[in-house]
Design a protein around this ligand. Sequence first.
Ligand SMILES: [Fe+2]
Length: 289
Amino acid sequence: MPVTVHPFAIGFGAEIRGLELSDPVFDGDSFEIWRKAWETHRVLVLHDQFFTDRQHIAFSEWFGPLEEFPDPKDWAADDLPNILRVSNVDRRTDTIKDVDEPGHKSFTLGTSDWHTDSSYLKVPCKGSLLYSREVPASGGDTMFANMEAAYAALPDKRKADIAHLEVVHDFHWTRRRFGLPPRSPEVQAKTPAVTHPLVWTLPTGAKALLIGSHACTIVGMEEGVARKLLDELTEWATQPQFTYRHSWRVGDLVMWDNRCTMHRAMPYELANVRRVLQRTTVVGDGPVA
Ligand SMILES: [Fe+2]
């Protein structure tokens, strides 16, 4: 079956058909098709994939080194720090987690807000590959916002006003905002606040807004004014004409370009219904330009 690319009507994102990632003959030609489609469409969807954790990692590594996640309880397996479980189910007990447990609450609140993965790092990730093993019958969709299109559509005056602004991204601020206790001093020391340009220049030369839930303030701006501007830009970028909503099926793999999209999880019955997704994350190429 030939590999084909089917762009979504919204103007970004595409479905890939004809690829079987667990197939041992997956090769450089198949990767090139995927890479070019990803560069063009930013969010790729591939249905009906049934692969192991190690195959998830192996496919992700075609794009470069993967991030390692710090907490073993969130890994897909004890020896797989490259796979983050995105789930309300405890791996060790196989039961639904307590919604008020601080670590879980932080995760669900954090993922339900518009965000850019690892924007609180000096080098935010390049892309994320999220794979679904169990999904709710309803709810739990993932929304994506096209930050390149959102930037391009801004009025010229607004583009000029924000051209040189620097935004502080701070994971610990995100926790404070949700009323959660601070993480240990050791963890805080490993993830200090970082500063990125508000407008990110992509390797293609195109520009995209870099905001999201970890963006806490703007350098040199009064806090209330900065908050208002960040909220306005988020509202602008998440209008329907810039967004794609993915309704999960079991066996979906979705890969997004983290440098020009934001995303969020939509609500579902967190305390009653299982949702088991898992993510690998491709390390970024360098500091934000
Ligand atoms: Fe995320």
